[in-house]
Write a protein that binds this ligand. Structure first.
Ligand SMILES: Nc1ncnc2c1ncn2[C@@H]1O[C@H](COP(=O)(O)OP(=O)(O)OP(=O)(O)O)[C@@H](O)[C@H]1O
Ligand SMILES: [Mg+2]
Length: 274
């Protein structure tokens, strides 16, 4: 049988920030591939370039040099509208701080990516319900994020990531704000989604979490220091808690709602999504 297709391919990717007179090499020539159906982790110390890697993988940012191929196509060829569409349809994001909108109910949060995608109301309702049921949260759908626990907020964020049925799920420290028991539950949910066919890449600086994925890519000083296959059959271990800084990513962008996005245009004109 042919190998699964390569979904993500970094070829000598650099990300260089100019800060005053000096330059910060957040990524210093990173190359790796992730194939369809993989469950991979990216690990490394604080400041090593993990979030930068994820921002580029998720088309939230572009490389300074080098090429990022998503499904075999260089991402730098896409315009802002196409990138917003890719973020909305192809990729589901899950972050450490959940990035839910506090004034909206869980149901409305999960509905948002479908509104941006231009999906009509009739079709949205059952898809939102299915996504919330998938993470065992239907019944809490009319609560706001502050009215549920951290683990429930993260499950809601996972439902929001799933609702557009993306093939790729990216998590940046998705268990970083959770206690060890809840982390284990969330990790088990990712593992289930992977068994159902999703390609998943989780960023973590928790080796216990990484050890439960099937592949571990270690980044040090903006370079790939190791890239190892792990024993997929090992028993899950409880994680430990590592609080760290928020990702700073904007919920609207995560939901695929960039400024010039088609769904937003439709919404403004009152068409199609009412
Ligand atoms: N917008 C920016 N401007 C300047 N430097 C930046 C910017 N974003 C990131 N960096 C720098 O790039 C490097 C990599 O940052 P990154 O956020 O990718 O690290 P990380 O591995 O995710 O760390 P952590 O585990 O603390 O989240 C760091 O030195 C960081 O200070
Ligand atoms: Mg980070």
């Amino acid at each position: 049988m042919a190998d699964p297709k390569v979904v993500i391919e970094f070829v000598d990717v650099y990300k260089i920030y100019q800060v005053g007179d000096s330059e910060v090499r957040a990524l210093d020539g990173v190359s790796f591939q992730v194939r369809q159906g993989e469950f991979a982790s990216i690990v490394g110390p604080s400041g090593s370039g993990k979030s930068t890697t994820m921002q580029i993988m998720g088309c939230l940012d572009l490389a300074t040099y080098g090429t990022y191929y998503l499904d075999g196509k260089p991402v730098s060829n896409y315009g802002e509208d196409e990138l917003a569409d890719i973020r909305n349809r192809k990729i589901g994001f899950v972050f450490q701080n959940f990035n839910l909108i506090g004034k909206m109910t869980l149901e409305e949060n999960v509905e948002l990516p479908l509104i941006y995608a231009g999906v009509g109301r009739e079709e949205r309702a059952p898809r939102v319900r299915q996504a919330l049921e998938r993470v065992d949260l239907w019944g809490r759908h009319q609560h706001t994020p502050l009215e549920v626990s951290g683990g429930q907020q993260q499950r809601c964020a996972i439902a929001r990531a799933l609702v557009t049925e993306p093939e790729l799920i990216l998590g940046d420290e998705p268990t970083g704000n959770l206690d060890s028991h809840t982390s284990a539950e969330i990790l088990a949910l990712f593992a289930e989604l992977n068994r159902e066919g999703k390609t998943i890449v989780l960023i973590t600086h928790d080796d216990h979490i990484a050890a439960q994925t099937h592949r571990r890519i270690r980044i040090m000083d903006g370079k790939v220091a190791a890239d190892e296959e792990l024993d997929a059959d090992r028993h899950p271990e409880p994680s430990t808690r590592h609080p760290e800084l928020d990702s700073g990513a904007h919920p609207e962008k995560i939901a695929g709602g960039a400024r010039n996005d088609e769904g937003a245009k439709l919404r403004k004109s009152g068409k199609a999504v009412a």
